[in-house]
Design a protein around this ligand. Structure first.
Ligand code: FES
Length: 150
């Protein structure tokens, strides 16, 4: 594996819970890997299977979805729908040869900043162990070398 490999992790997170936890983690100066890029959503119920597949197609090495704890979704069942969609997307990515462990659902409450830091650490460690996404590698292989005229 390329020693310079740094996983790219996309996190789709709910503004009412996990985003608040992530914000608090920053305020508390909790340390966690800088590999994650966050997209804030009104509710994880907005996450569609196509969004998850598109993230991998765009080169994400891992994707995490994190919503309110079970029973706490502000839109009643958005987090449960997200959980089902993540499970379905795991099956789909396995069919195309990606490790389903590259995708994970979390439920992290607004006051649980340490849990957010742990979740990011876990996904970063997992993505390091799995290595670069094959989709990312093929994307890199398809790109012309720097300085080479097309
Ligand atoms: Fe947070 Fe639905 S409002 S997951």
């Amino acid at each position: 594996m390329d020693a310079r490999y740094e996983p790219k992790i996309l996190a789709l997170i709910c503004t009412y819970c996990t985003y608040t936890a992530a914000d608090m983690a920053g305020s508390l100066r909790l340390q966690y890997p800088p590999n994650v890029r966050v997209v804030k959503l009104l509710c994880t119920g907005k996450v569609d299977v196509l969004h998850l597949l598109a993230a991998f197609k765009a080169g994400a090495d891992a994707v995490m979805v994190s919503g309110c704890e079970i029973g706490d979704c502000h839109f009643l069942e958005g987090n449960l729908r997200a959980k089902e969609r993540v499970a379905h997307a795991k099956e789909l990515i396995a069919e195309i040869g990606l490790e389903p462990e590259r995708l994970e659902m979390f439920h992290i409450g607004a006051s649980d900043a340490p849990q957010w830091a742990k979740a990011v650490e876990m996904m970063t460690r997992r993505a390091r162990e799995l290595g670069p996404s094959p989709l990312r590698k093929s994307e890199a292989a398809a790109m012309p070398a720097e300085g080479v005229a097309a």
